[in-house]
Design a protein around this ligand. Structure first.
Ligand code: ZN
Length: 319
C-alpha cells in the first residue's frame, strides 16, 4: 500500500469519526441545552421561542380549565347540607330503562349522583352514556366484570383500566374514581389504583336495596342515614330503588340537603382525593376517623377487614 493510499484511508476514517461525533453532539444538544456550541445557538433561540409558545399555550389551557371549573362550580346544587348518592352495577336498560328513569328523576330534582359502572353492562346498555356528564353526574369505575378483589391476581388493574377505556369511549372522559366490588380491597388493589390514579370510594350508608327490594325501605334507609357529607350506596338495578331514592330526595331537599357527586362532595368538604386511598365518606365522623386511622395503621387494617366482611355480602349478593 502506498503512503498516499494509507493517508486517504486514515483521513476517511477520521471523517467518519467526525461525522459520528457531530451526530452524537447534535443529538445531545437537542436533548440538553447545557452544552451549546456556536452551531447550536440558533436552535437554542428557537427553543426559547417555542418554550415561550408552550408557556403561552399552557397558560391558555389553565385559564380554560379554571373557567370550566368555575362554570362547573356554578352548576353544583346548593344546600345547607350535602349528600353523595352513588349507584353501582349499572347501567340498566336502554330507552325507557331504569337508569334512564332515574336520570330523568334526578334531572327534575336538580340532583347530581355518581354512577359506578360495570363494563359488561356498558356493552349492553349504553344509549344514555352521554347523559351522565352532560347532566352533572359523575361516572366511576366498578370493574369490567364485577370482579371481587380476591378473584383477581393483579389487584383489579386490568379489570379497571379496560373499563376506564370503555367508559371513555362513550363519555369522552376517563373515570377518576373506583368503587371496589363488594367494598372488598387489599394492598394489591390499592397499589393498582394508585398506579391508575384512582381513589377507592366506599360508603357511609348502605340502603340494602338489593335485599329488601322495597321502595319504602330504600327511602327509610336513606332518611335514617342522612348526614352532611355522607356517601349512600344504591344500585340502579331495581325499580324499587329508583322509586325509593327519588322519594328520599324530595323529603331531604325539604330539610335543606343538596345532592352532589362524590368529587363535588370531597371538594365542598375540602378533601383532596388521593389515588390508592380509601374513603367511606366525608361526614365529620369520617374525617375524624381518617385522621385516627392514619396515625394508627393497626386499627386501620382491623377496620377495613371488618367493613369488607360487612359490605362484601351486600354488594355481591346484589348481582
Ligand atoms: Zn357491585
Amino acid at each position: 500500500m502506498t503512503k498516499w493510499k494509507k493517508r486517504l484511508i486514515l483521513s476517511g476514517i477520521a471523517a467518519m469519526l467526525c461525522a459520528a461525533i457531530l451526530t452524537g453532539c447534535g443529538t445531545s444538544n437537542s436533548q440538553s441545552s447545557g452544552k451549546d456550541t456556536g452551531g447550536s445557538a440558533q436552535s437554542t433561540s428557537a427553543d426559547a421561542g417555542s418554550a415561550e409558545q408552550a408557556a403561552e399555550q399552557q397558560k391558555k389551557v389553565e385559564e380554560q380549565k379554571k373557567k370550566e371549573e368555575q362554570e362547573q362550580a356554578a352548576k353544583i346544587p346548593k344546600g345547607d347540607k350535602y349528600i353523595a348518592l352513588t349507584f353501582d352495577d349499572g347501567p340498566t336498560g336502554n330507552e325507557g330503562g331504569r337508569t334512564e328513569r332515574l336520570l330523568d328523576g334526578l334531572k327534575q330534582r336538580n340532583a347530581h349522583a355518581t354512577f359506578f359502572l360495570c363494563g359488561y353492562r356498558v356493552k349492553d346498555f349504553n344509549s344514555m352514556m352521554k347523559r351522565y356528564l352532560a347532566e352533572g353526574h359523575e361516572v366511576g369505575n366498578h370493574t369490567m366484570d364485577h370482579r371481587l378483589a380476591h378473584e383477581v391476581s393483579d389487584g383489579d388493574y386490568e379489570q379497571v383500566s379496560s373499563n376506564n377505556d370503555l367508559i371513555q369511549s362513550y363519555t369522552g372522559q376517563k373515570p377518576t374514581l373506583f368503587r371496589p366490588c363488594g367494598g372488598e380491597y387489599n394492598d394489591s388493589v390499592q397499589a393498582s389504583m394508585k398506579q391508575l390514579g384512582m381513589p377507592l370510594i366506599l360508603w357511609d350508608v348502605d340502603t340494602l336495596d338489593w335485599k329488601y327490594r322495597d321502595a319504602a325501605s330504600v327511602k327509610q334507609h336513606i332518611l335514617d342515614g342522612a348526614q352532611d357529607g355522607a356517601i349512600v350506596l344504591e344500585h340502579d338495578l331495581y325499580e324499587t330503588t329508583v322509586e325509593g331514592v327519588l322519594a328520599a330526595i324530595d323529603e331531604l331537599q325539604q330539610q335543606g340537603y343538596a345532592f352532589v357527586t362524590v368529587s363535588e362532595l370531597a371538594k365542598i368538604k375540602g378533601v383532596t382525593l388521593e389515588p390508592g386511598q380509601v374513603y367511606t365518606g366525608f361526614t365529620d365522623e369520617d374525617l375524624g376517623l381518617t385522621a385516627e386511622t392514619d396515625a394508627a395503621a393497626n386499627s386501620e387494617s382491623t377496620e377495613s377487614t371488618d367493613s369488607t366482611a360487612n359490605t362484601q355480602a351486600s354488594d355481591s349478593t346484589s348481582n
